[in-house]
Design a protein around this ligand. Structure first.
Ligand SMILES: [Zn+2]
Ligand SMILES: [Zn+2]
Length: 751
């Protein structure tokens, strides 16, 4: 062995396209031309499997750079990706964290962290879009120039101008400009174009006068955020208490200290106002990240952040992976929302990623909500999080007066309309006073389903085990599946017994809109649901129409319940509060409470007092009654008692082992094998782990888009040893196919 210093010429990598069970480290040689460019965190291209030439080209991430390898005859690294897409030490650690906690592969973790467009095109030759900027290169007598050249020269006289400006404002063609460069009249500079669809949103005047209560909250949170210690806080504030103002002022102090901030919102289309607000406050130093950006826009946002052009990133859950250095604070607004839990691999909860990043950056994780999740409020009560409370509604706004309308009374009168007497009266009062109303309907479509009056057959989707929803379209009526998108014509006779008596049951947004048109023909009505907002930014269009009072009534699904501030809305109505309540899930009452509280909070936010009408068949229900009083702490104390009795979260955790696939027989066989193996482990090697195993049983919706779904639920504490058991179990069943595959969901959003 030589005693000279060995050049670091071996890269230890993880191949990105391999499944969890084959996700191991491999060594590759760094060829001399790539020495120094291949670093820990670099994404590289390698040949994998088979001989040098027969192997498949794969992407891989470098986890270490070494002087030598214990293996011989290493294959060389073929290429290294743009350095801007290599992962920092922190994000690399996050890959390991995701793999260990969510049982995803390294590839799935890296794909989640990198922006959407990057991964697929890392090694593809790509020309970044450029803009050309022209300036005058020499003094030229204007008389010698052609007409177009003259226009260009005059336009450019006072400095640099871009090609697109010249084309648009001086009607000079690109060819003319090129020619002028050739002649030496102009010089040209190329500059990469960074797309930012949120650029130039109006700057908001910052009238940051805080009430005493808000100022106290700001002080506490600012001192936590600038303490340079990893910590967590819960900002619990009733609707209308000005949480956003407080958060904004805390962000100011973090940025002043030279650090950056991530602000997460549950869904971009529902929080347009918040996004606009932040874009206005922080101008060009904001980046917005969400799934409806184009791949190019996502890529450019990543580049801007890596180039340190951004202090504040605002976005949905994927924004938690923004490559900001030196994070000072991560805000999770409406932290109870289920959209913070990813439903695809890796099935992470944003809160867990935020906790990880806050710890690595000595930053503050700030959760904010009017209706915090029971888990978070419990942690605040246990002083794991600092609890900061806002009790007062800001300004002169008061809580709305709430009426519970008993639908049983209407139905005994033989009424089958979704709008009962109480609600109808309040609506007509509002129309008379030229004030606006919002109606919340839990389902979209016209009717919920159609069934046969004779044999009871419900028309279901051929691909999914769910009923089809009746929709009324411009060109006729159809049945639609809300899970797979399948559509069919409405059958006139029962497909099972050929009876002609098919009946439509339940009501969706379309039917409610039609009823309202019939009841109040003069009223202008807008509908906001997934069917009316398929076009990009159509949400915003509908909402801004309503805000500028171009309509009297807004009907919608839960899209209408979130964060919007409509000063002229004095009435909100909930068509049926029970529909969310009887879902078969331990979080059902928590969700109903949050939903009703949010809906009620939409009424009377400015100087006009608000009213709310909650229609229900169970007017004595405790959750509904507490929500009408906006009594979160009352709800919390009774709900947490129940959770403790039943040993449900936060007093335990759940692991959901799923088996899914297109071949029903194989799915069932694999489920049985998995169950047998699990019980073998838990009665043997892992008998020390306390847990309950439920199942195997069918998922609540057994078939979705022709995929069959079985599950086993484990109630336990997800300790390191528990994770080891699950890892072993997965290693025992390495083969995944479209016919049957195993998935793991730690702490699923619902059971
Ligand atoms: Zn029938
Ligand atoms: Zn379907």
């Amino acid at each position: 062995m030589s005693c000279e210093a060995v050049p670091l010429s071996v890269a230890r990598v993880r191949i990105l396209e391999l499944p969890y069970s084959a996700d191991k480290v491999y060594d590759y040689l760094i060829p001399s031309e790539l020495l120094g460019r291949v670093k820990r965190g670099s994404i590289v291209s390698v040949s994998f499997g088979g001989a040098q030439r027969t192997g498949v080209r794969r992407s891989a991430i470098v986890t270490a750079v070494l002087g030598s390898s214990e293996y011989e005859k290493l294959k060389p690294i073929l290429a290294v990706a743009d350095e801007r897409f290599s992962l920092s030490e922190e994000l690399l650690g996050l890959c390991d964290f995701l793999r260990e906690r969510t049982f995803c592969s390294t590839g799935e973790a890296v794909q989640t962290i990198l922006p959407g467009g990057a991964y697929a095109s890392l090694f593809r030759a790509r020309r970044d879009p450029v803009e050309r900027y022209y300036r005058v290169a020499c003094d030229t007598s204007v008389t010698r120039l052609g007409a177009a050249e003259k226009r260009a020269a005059i336009f450019i006289a006072d400095g640099e101008r871009s090609a697109s400006e010249l084309a648009k404002e001086a009607s000079v063609s690109y060819a003319t400009l090129k020619n002028m460069v050739v002649k030496g009249i102009l010089s040209v500079r190329e500059c990469e174009v960074i797309r930012n669809p949120y650029r130039g949103r109006g700057k908001v005047a910052d009238s940051n006068i805080l009430s005493d209560e808000q100022e106290a909250a700001r002080k506490t949170l600012s001192s936590l955020a600038t303490s340079n210690k990893a910590c967590a806080a819960l900002l619990y504030g009733v609707t209308g208490s000005g949480k956003t103002r407080v958060i904004k002022s805390v962000i100011d102090s973090v940025i002043e200290g030279g650090r950056s901030v991530i602000v997460l919102v549950p869904e971009i289309s529902l929080t347009g106002q918040t996004v606009d607000l932040f874009c206005g406050f922080f101008g060009e130093r904001v980046a917005v990240i969400h799934s409806s950006l184009s791949d190019g826009e996502k890529l450019d946002t990543w580049k801007r952040i890596r180039a340190h052009e951004v202090d504040v990133v605002i976005g949905t859950r994927s924004a938690i992976f923004a490559p900001l250095d030196n994070l000072g604070m991560i805000v999770i607004d409406e932290e109870q929302e289920h959209t913070y839990k990813s439903d695809m691999n890796p099935k992470y909860h944003t809160r867990d990623i935020a906790r990880y990043r806050a710890a690595k950056n000595n930053a503050l994780m700030l959760l904010a909500s009017a209706t915090p999740s029971l888990e978070s409020f419990y942690r605040a009560k246990e002083e794991i999080y600092t609890l900061v409370t806002l009790n007062e509604r800001y300004g002169s706004a008061v809580l709305p007066e709430v009426k519970i309308a008993d639908l049983r009374v209407d139905s005994t009168k033989g009424q089958i309309t979704p709008i009962g007497d109480v609600l109808r009266e309040e609506l007509s009062k509002n129309l008379k006073n030229n004030e606006q109303s919002i109606l919340f309907v839990s389902r979209r479509g016209y009717n919920n389903f159609i069934s046969c009056l004779k044999c009871g057959e419900v028309v279901t989707c051929p691909n999914c085990s769910v009923s089809l929803t009746y929709h009324r379209e411009y060109d006729g009526d159809i049945l639609k599946c809300h899970y797979c998108g399948y559509t069919q014509t409405v059958p006139e006779i029962c497909p099972k017994c050929q009876s002609e008596h098919m009946s439509r049951k339940g009501f969706g947004t379309q039917l409610v809109a039609e009823e309202l048109h019939a009841l109040f023909p003069e009223a202008k009505i807008l509908r906001l649901d997934a069917d009316s907002t398929t076009a990009k930014f159509s949400h915003e269009a509908i909402l801004s129409q309503f805000r500028s009072h171009e309509a009297d009534i807004l009907i919608g699904t839960q899209m209408v319940t979130k964060g919007h501030n409509f000063p002229d809305v004095t009435l909100v109505g909930v068509i049926n509060a029970d529909s969310a309540l009887y879902l078969d899930d331990f979080r059902a009452s928590e969700r109903t409470f949050a939903l009703l509280t949010q809906v009620i909070g939409r009424a009377g936010r400015a100087d006009k007092p608000g009213r709310a009408v909650i229609q229900t068949y169970s007017p004595d229900n405790e959750t509904i009654n507490l929500a009408t009083k906006q009594d979160y702490t009352g709800f919390y104390s009774s709900a947490i008692k129940l959770r403790r009795q039943l040993q449900f979260p936060p007093f335990c955790e759940f692991v959901l082992l799923g088996v899914h696939g297109e071949d029903e027989k194989e799915v069932l066989e694999l489920t049985l094998k998995l169950d047998t193996k699990l019980r073998e482990y838990t009665s043997g090697e892992y008998s020390d782990l306390p847990m309950y195993i439920f199942g195997p049983f069918e998922a609540p919706i057994y078939k979705v888009n022709n995929v069959f779904r079985m599950r086993i639920i484990i109630k336990c504490q997800v300790t390191k040893r528990m994770r080891e058991l699950i890892g072993k179990l997965l290693a025992d069943f390495p083969k995944a196919s479209a016919k049957a595959a195993i998935s793991v969901d730690v702490n699923p959003a619902s059971l």
